[in-house]
Design a protein around this ligand. Structure first.
Ligand code: NAD
Length: 443
């Protein structure tokens, strides 16, 4: 027996995915299958759109998808196997665009749904992109920096047949950040033999990233929030806000909402949250989180659970963590007047109907969190022209585009007498269907 077989026998093989999940491709609760939810939203919007059945059918499925299983050498010297995905939903309006998620819960179905939502989001914002998404089944907090770099470089190499500045451009999502984008850019560039900054967005500015990109998603959430408050006749300085998911998106949205005069009464992370009816300073909470790793324990606050945060008495609820947070189980308990979907898919279709029936205004994810991909687009354009803009110009362009997006959604909602979500989907799907018809079905 060789040393290698001995080692393998001693620890046993590590399996990066569960076989039953692969076979069924579904989560336990049918309401929480995000791909099924994305399809349900699509079907609902189709009732208001006249497009060919075959065109609609095309958009129900990803254009192409790749599953990869790859080894990484850990600090201990052990070799661990990881599973990753990259899915292109539609490339009809341009190169595909979408983030990469590192999470122990990532499934292929989830990545399919997120890729589909990216197609709708890019079309809604009229960006010249299709939709994609990627994911690796991993808890990045459990890895050292070296392990994280090794994993990222190997995953990039595995999906390199899918990505490129003209074909598919990844970006950060949950569990990934600008450093990880830098490793992706470097790995891709090493294979090409020259620097290709436009292969990825959300990079550090030192290597072709855009000013304002890190904050862009949260900034976009705050812009749409201001529009929604105006629509509902609520004065920002009188508005109370609870934020679930105090990460990149949630913490920036909270800071900017606070700067606009809103009172942040509660925030949470994956392990729980904090509440203070007198208001929290999001900058201080963020400093605390950077040092301690979570928001729990922030002084002069009541500790609350994530479930409690969602049902707090407030004007605005920002859901900026993960999918399926507002479901049939708790939609009746939501007290906020406005729900801002900073995350992708935080409200299930069943819950969406309940919130609508109760007159709660939901800013749909494909509009609410579109600031990230919008500034990613600006970053890509700057990379391609090798000419960079000041942050004021980026933020002004973002504000203009978010305002345009919000206005067009509300005009469509009024015309069709539908919710903002349905209106956003109607606008997006129409644009994509038009592009398919104009291009024609090949061959
Ligand atoms: P992040 O990793 O920076 O932050 C996620 C936050 O959510 C963390 O504070 C984490 O503790 C918390 N969290 C995780 N699971 C939770 C749970 N079950 N309950 C409560 N909190 C939980 O990620 P991010 O980039 O801020 O992304 C958050 C969401 O926004 C995701 O749904 C992502 O797809 C979406 N989004 C992100 C971007 C972007 O540019 N980063 C763009 C568009 C949409």
């Amino acid at each position: 027996m060789t040393d290698q077989t001995k080692e393998y026998g001693a620890s046993g093989p590590s399996c990066p995915f569960s076989i039953s999940e692969e076979l069924t491709n579904t989560r336990r609760d049918p309401e929480e299958n995000v791909y099924a939810n994305a399809l349900a939203q699509f079907d609902k919007a189709l009732q208001h759109i006249r497009i060919k059945e075959g065109v609609a059918e095309t958009l129900r499925y990803p254009k192409r998808e790749l599953s990869v299983t790859f080894p990484v050498v850990m600090d201990s010297g052990d070799i661990k196997i990881f599973r990753g995905y990259r899915v292109h939903h539609s490339a009809v309006r341009g190169p595909t665009k979408g983030g990469i998620r590192y999470s122990p819960d990532v499934t292929l179905d989830e990545v399919r749904a997120l890729a589909m939502w990216m197609t709708w989001k890019c079309a809604l914002m009229d960006l010249p992109y299709g939709g994609a998404k990627g994911g690796v089944v991993v808890d990045p907090k459990q890895l050292s920096m070296r392990e994280l770099e090794n994993l990222t470089r190997r995953y990039t190499t595995e999906i390199s047949i899918m990505i490129g500045p003209d074909s598919d451009i990844p970006a950060p999502d949950m569990g990934t950040n600008s450093q990880i984008m830098a490793w992706i850019m470097d790995t891709y560039s090493m294979h090409r033999g020259f620097s290709v900054p436009a292969v990825v967005t959300g990079k550090p500015v030192e290597i072709g990233g855009s000013l304002g990109r890190t904050e862009a998603t949260g900034r976009g959430v705050a812009f749409t929030l201001a529009e929604a408050l105006q629509l509902k006749g609520i004065n920002p300085s009188q508005a109370t806000v609870a934020v679930q998911g105090f990460g990149n998106v949630g913490s920036v949205a909270a800071r900017l909402a606070h700067e606009m005069g809103m009172k942040i009464v509660a925030v949470s992370g994956s392990t729980g949250g904090v509440y203070n009816d007198q208001g929290l300073d999001p900058v201080l909470v963020n400093n605390f989180r950077q040092q301690s790793g979570c928001v729990s324990g922030f002084p002069r606050c009541d500790e609350i659970t994530n479930a409690e945060l969602l049902t707090i008495d407030c004007d605005v609820l920002v859901v900026a963590a993960v999918e399926n947070q507002i479901t049939a189980r708790n939609a009746d308990l939501i007290k906020a007047k406005i729900v801002a979907e900073g995350a992708n898919g935080p409200v299930t279709p069943v819950a969406d109907e309940i919130l609508n029936d109760r007159g709660i205004f939901v800013i749909p994810d494909i509009l609410c969190n579109a600031g990230g991909v919008t500034v990613s687009y600006l970053e890509w354009v700057q990379d391609l022209q090798s000419f960079f803009w000041p942050v004021e110009e980026i933020n002004n362009k973002l504000r203009t585009l978010m305002h345009k997006g919000f206005e067009s959604v509300m005009a469509c909602a009024e015309k069709h007498r539908v919710s903002a979500r349905e209106a956003a989907l109607i606008l997006a799907i129409r644009r994509i269907a038009d592009a398919i018809m104009i291009r024609g079905i090949y061959p």
